[in-house]
Design a protein around this ligand. Structure first.
Ligand SMILES: [Zn+2]
Length: 247
Protein backbone atom coordinates (compact mmCIF):
# COMPACT_ATOMS: atom_id res chain seq x y z
CA UNK A 1 0.00 0.00 0.00
CA UNK A 2 1.34 3.41 -0.91
CA UNK A 3 2.13 5.71 1.95
CA UNK A 4 3.36 9.26 2.34
CA UNK A 5 4.59 11.49 5.11
CA UNK A 6 3.83 15.13 5.65
CA UNK A 7 3.69 17.81 8.23
CA UNK A 8 0.06 18.78 8.71
CA UNK A 9 -2.38 20.86 10.69
CA UNK A 10 -5.68 19.32 11.80
CA UNK A 11 -8.56 21.50 10.61
CA UNK A 12 -11.51 19.50 11.82
CA UNK A 13 -12.34 16.12 13.33
CA UNK A 14 -15.55 14.15 13.59
CA UNK A 15 -16.51 10.76 14.97
CA UNK A 16 -16.57 7.77 12.70
CA UNK A 17 -18.05 4.44 13.76
CA UNK A 18 -17.39 3.10 17.27
CA UNK A 19 -13.89 4.27 17.98
CA UNK A 20 -12.53 5.97 14.88
CA UNK A 21 -12.05 9.58 14.03
CA UNK A 22 -12.20 11.27 10.65
CA UNK A 23 -10.06 14.31 10.07
CA UNK A 24 -9.61 17.08 7.58
CA UNK A 25 -5.99 18.14 7.56
CA UNK A 26 -4.02 20.74 5.71
CA UNK A 27 -0.78 18.99 4.84
CA UNK A 28 2.32 20.84 3.77
CA UNK A 29 3.07 18.48 0.88
CA UNK A 30 -0.36 17.38 -0.38
CA UNK A 31 -2.63 20.26 0.58
CA UNK A 32 -6.01 19.58 2.09
CA UNK A 33 -6.84 15.91 2.61
CA UNK A 34 -9.28 13.77 4.56
CA UNK A 35 -8.09 10.81 6.56
CA UNK A 36 -9.44 8.27 9.02
CA UNK A 37 -7.71 7.59 12.32
CA UNK A 38 -8.59 4.03 13.19
CA UNK A 39 -9.23 3.59 16.91
CA UNK A 40 -8.26 7.22 17.52
CA UNK A 41 -10.99 7.71 20.14
CA UNK A 42 -9.69 4.91 22.38
CA UNK A 43 -8.04 6.29 25.51
CA UNK A 44 -4.86 4.37 24.92
CA UNK A 45 -4.61 5.01 21.21
CA UNK A 46 -1.33 6.48 20.09
CA UNK A 47 -3.35 8.57 17.64
CA UNK A 48 -5.47 10.24 20.33
CA UNK A 49 -3.18 13.23 20.88
CA UNK A 50 -2.49 13.89 17.20
CA UNK A 51 -6.15 13.73 16.15
CA UNK A 52 -7.24 16.88 18.00
CA UNK A 53 -8.31 20.03 16.17
CA UNK A 54 -5.52 22.56 15.47
CA UNK A 55 -2.68 20.14 16.23
CA UNK A 56 0.47 20.60 14.16
CA UNK A 57 2.30 17.33 13.65
CA UNK A 58 4.26 14.99 11.45
CA UNK A 59 2.02 12.31 10.00
CA UNK A 60 2.25 9.11 8.02
CA UNK A 61 -0.71 8.27 5.80
CA UNK A 62 -1.73 5.28 3.72
CA UNK A 63 -3.49 6.11 0.50
CA UNK A 64 -6.99 4.72 0.33
CA UNK A 65 -9.71 4.61 -2.28
CA UNK A 66 -12.04 7.01 -0.53
CA UNK A 67 -10.33 8.42 2.51
CA UNK A 68 -6.66 7.93 3.35
CA UNK A 69 -5.76 6.32 6.68
CA UNK A 70 -3.65 7.87 9.32
CA UNK A 71 -0.96 5.37 10.34
CA UNK A 72 1.22 7.41 12.70
CA UNK A 73 1.55 10.88 14.05
CA UNK A 74 4.02 12.82 16.11
CA UNK A 75 3.28 16.18 17.75
CA UNK A 76 5.20 19.26 16.74
CA UNK A 77 2.89 21.68 18.54
CA UNK A 78 -0.34 20.60 20.22
CA UNK A 79 -1.74 24.18 20.23
CA UNK A 80 -3.48 23.21 23.44
CA UNK A 81 -4.21 26.89 24.23
CA UNK A 82 -6.43 27.05 21.15
CA UNK A 83 -8.67 24.30 22.50
CA UNK A 84 -8.75 25.36 26.15
CA UNK A 85 -9.95 28.95 25.87
CA UNK A 86 -13.30 29.67 24.34
CA UNK A 87 -12.44 32.82 22.40
CA UNK A 88 -9.26 31.32 20.96
CA UNK A 89 -11.08 28.11 20.10
CA UNK A 90 -13.89 29.96 18.31
CA UNK A 91 -11.41 31.99 16.25
CA UNK A 92 -9.21 29.00 15.41
CA UNK A 93 -12.29 27.03 14.36
CA UNK A 94 -13.29 29.91 12.10
CA UNK A 95 -9.90 30.04 10.37
CA UNK A 96 -9.86 26.25 10.02
CA UNK A 97 -13.39 26.16 8.59
CA UNK A 98 -12.54 28.86 6.06
CA UNK A 99 -9.69 26.71 4.78
CA UNK A 100 -11.82 23.58 4.97
CA UNK A 101 -14.62 24.96 2.81
CA UNK A 102 -12.72 27.24 0.43
CA UNK A 103 -9.63 25.22 -0.44
CA UNK A 104 -9.66 22.37 -2.95
CA UNK A 105 -8.27 19.00 -1.93
CA UNK A 106 -4.73 18.05 -3.03
CA UNK A 107 -3.69 21.54 -4.04
CA UNK A 108 -0.69 22.20 -1.78
CA UNK A 109 0.36 25.77 -1.11
CA UNK A 110 3.14 26.13 1.37
CA UNK A 111 2.26 29.77 1.94
CA UNK A 112 -1.19 28.76 3.12
CA UNK A 113 0.30 26.18 5.45
CA UNK A 114 2.57 28.92 6.83
CA UNK A 115 -0.34 31.37 7.14
CA UNK A 116 -2.25 28.92 9.32
CA UNK A 117 0.72 28.25 11.58
CA UNK A 118 1.64 31.93 11.89
CA UNK A 119 -1.96 32.78 12.73
CA UNK A 120 -2.18 30.06 15.37
CA UNK A 121 1.10 31.26 16.88
CA UNK A 122 -0.18 34.82 16.90
CA UNK A 123 -3.38 33.77 18.67
CA UNK A 124 -1.51 31.84 21.33
CA UNK A 125 0.63 34.87 22.04
CA UNK A 126 -1.77 37.78 21.60
CA UNK A 127 -5.25 36.25 21.61
CA UNK A 128 -7.61 36.22 18.64
CA UNK A 129 -7.69 39.91 17.73
CA UNK A 130 -10.15 41.15 15.12
CA UNK A 131 -7.28 42.43 13.04
CA UNK A 132 -5.70 39.00 12.90
CA UNK A 133 -8.95 37.57 11.53
CA UNK A 134 -9.04 40.34 8.91
CA UNK A 135 -5.43 39.66 7.97
CA UNK A 136 -6.16 35.95 7.60
CA UNK A 137 -9.29 36.53 5.50
CA UNK A 138 -7.47 38.87 3.16
CA UNK A 139 -4.35 36.71 2.84
CA UNK A 140 -6.44 33.58 2.26
CA UNK A 141 -8.45 35.29 -0.48
CA UNK A 142 -5.19 36.40 -2.06
CA UNK A 143 -3.75 32.87 -1.99
CA UNK A 144 -6.95 31.47 -3.49
CA UNK A 145 -6.63 33.84 -6.45
CA UNK A 146 -9.12 36.46 -5.26
CA UNK A 147 -6.74 39.31 -4.65
CA UNK A 148 -8.90 42.43 -4.33
CA UNK A 149 -8.05 45.36 -6.57
CA UNK A 150 -7.18 48.22 -4.28
CA UNK A 151 -4.97 50.50 -6.35
CA UNK A 152 -7.47 51.49 -9.03
CA UNK A 153 -11.17 51.16 -9.81
CA UNK A 154 -11.99 47.49 -10.46
CA UNK A 155 -14.36 48.48 -13.29
CA UNK A 156 -12.88 51.46 -15.17
CA UNK A 157 -9.33 51.50 -13.82
CA UNK A 158 -9.28 55.15 -12.78
CA UNK A 159 -7.10 56.19 -9.88
CA UNK A 160 -9.11 59.37 -9.35
CA UNK A 161 -11.44 58.61 -6.52
CA UNK A 162 -14.28 60.57 -5.06
CA UNK A 163 -16.20 58.57 -2.46
CA UNK A 164 -14.81 55.14 -3.35
CA UNK A 165 -16.73 52.02 -2.43
CA UNK A 166 -15.76 48.40 -2.03
CA UNK A 167 -17.51 45.75 -4.10
CA UNK A 168 -17.23 42.03 -3.44
CA UNK A 169 -18.91 41.24 -6.76
CA UNK A 170 -16.52 43.41 -8.80
CA UNK A 171 -13.51 42.33 -6.76
CA UNK A 172 -12.23 45.53 -5.23
CA UNK A 173 -12.60 49.29 -5.09
CA UNK A 174 -15.02 51.18 -7.27
CA UNK A 175 -14.83 54.87 -8.09
CA UNK A 176 -17.88 56.99 -7.34
CA UNK A 177 -19.37 56.63 -10.83
CA UNK A 178 -18.81 52.86 -11.11
CA UNK A 179 -20.22 52.28 -7.63
CA UNK A 180 -23.68 52.39 -9.25
CA UNK A 181 -22.93 49.03 -10.86
CA UNK A 182 -23.09 47.24 -7.53
CA UNK A 183 -25.92 48.33 -5.20
CA UNK A 184 -24.40 46.20 -2.43
CA UNK A 185 -21.03 48.02 -2.57
CA UNK A 186 -19.91 49.44 0.76
CA UNK A 187 -18.57 52.95 1.41
CA UNK A 188 -14.95 52.83 2.44
CA UNK A 189 -13.06 55.55 4.30
CA UNK A 190 -9.46 56.48 3.44
CA UNK A 191 -8.37 54.90 6.74
CA UNK A 192 -10.02 51.57 5.99
CA UNK A 193 -8.65 51.58 2.45
CA UNK A 194 -5.13 52.19 3.73
CA UNK A 195 -5.51 49.43 6.34
CA UNK A 196 -6.69 46.97 3.69
CA UNK A 197 -3.63 47.73 1.58
CA UNK A 198 -1.31 47.30 4.56
CA UNK A 199 -2.92 44.00 5.55
CA UNK A 200 -2.70 42.70 2.01
CA UNK A 201 0.93 43.70 1.45
CA UNK A 202 2.22 43.22 4.99
CA UNK A 203 3.40 40.29 7.05
CA UNK A 204 1.78 38.98 10.19
CA UNK A 205 4.08 41.03 12.43
CA UNK A 206 2.22 44.07 11.16
CA UNK A 207 -0.99 42.82 12.78
CA UNK A 208 0.39 43.51 16.24
CA UNK A 209 1.48 47.02 15.26
CA UNK A 210 -1.53 48.41 13.36
CA UNK A 211 -4.02 50.22 15.57
CA UNK A 212 -7.12 51.02 13.52
CA UNK A 213 -9.78 53.21 15.11
CA UNK A 214 -13.01 51.43 16.12
CA UNK A 215 -14.76 52.94 13.07
CA UNK A 216 -12.09 51.67 10.69
CA UNK A 217 -12.06 48.26 12.43
CA UNK A 218 -15.80 47.98 11.95
CA UNK A 219 -15.53 48.96 8.27
CA UNK A 220 -12.82 46.35 7.70
CA UNK A 221 -15.05 43.75 9.35
CA UNK A 222 -17.98 44.54 7.05
CA UNK A 223 -15.95 44.78 3.86
CA UNK A 224 -14.13 41.50 4.41
CA UNK A 225 -17.24 39.71 5.63
CA UNK A 226 -18.92 40.56 2.34
CA UNK A 227 -15.82 39.68 0.34
CA UNK A 228 -15.43 36.24 1.94
CA UNK A 229 -19.15 35.43 2.02
CA UNK A 230 -19.36 36.07 -1.71
CA UNK A 231 -17.17 32.96 -2.23
CA UNK A 232 -19.01 30.72 0.23
CA UNK A 233 -21.71 28.31 -0.85
CA UNK A 234 -23.22 28.18 2.64
CA UNK A 235 -22.87 30.05 5.94
CA UNK A 236 -20.03 28.94 8.19
CA UNK A 237 -20.98 27.10 11.36
CA UNK A 238 -18.03 28.51 13.26
CA UNK A 239 -18.89 32.10 12.39
CA UNK A 240 -22.18 32.12 14.26
CA UNK A 241 -20.41 30.90 17.39
CA UNK A 242 -17.63 33.44 16.99
CA UNK A 243 -20.13 36.29 16.54
CA UNK A 244 -22.12 35.18 19.59
CA UNK A 245 -18.95 35.35 21.69
CA UNK A 246 -18.02 38.75 20.30
CA UNK A 247 -21.41 40.16 21.26
ZN1 LIG B 1 -14.63 53.36 -12.02
Amino acid sequence: MACYRSEAIVLRTWDLGEADKALTLYTKDEGKIRAAGRGARRMRSRLLAVCQPFVHGRYLFFRGRGMDSLAQGELINSYRQLREELDRMAAAAYLAELVDVLVEERDPQEELFRLLLDSFDFMVEHGPTDLLLRFFELQLMNLLGYRPRLADCAVCGTRQYVDPQFSAVKGGLLCGSCAREDPAALKISPGAWESLRCLLEGRITLVGRLRPSPTVASELGKVLRQYVDYRLARPLKSLEFLQTLQR
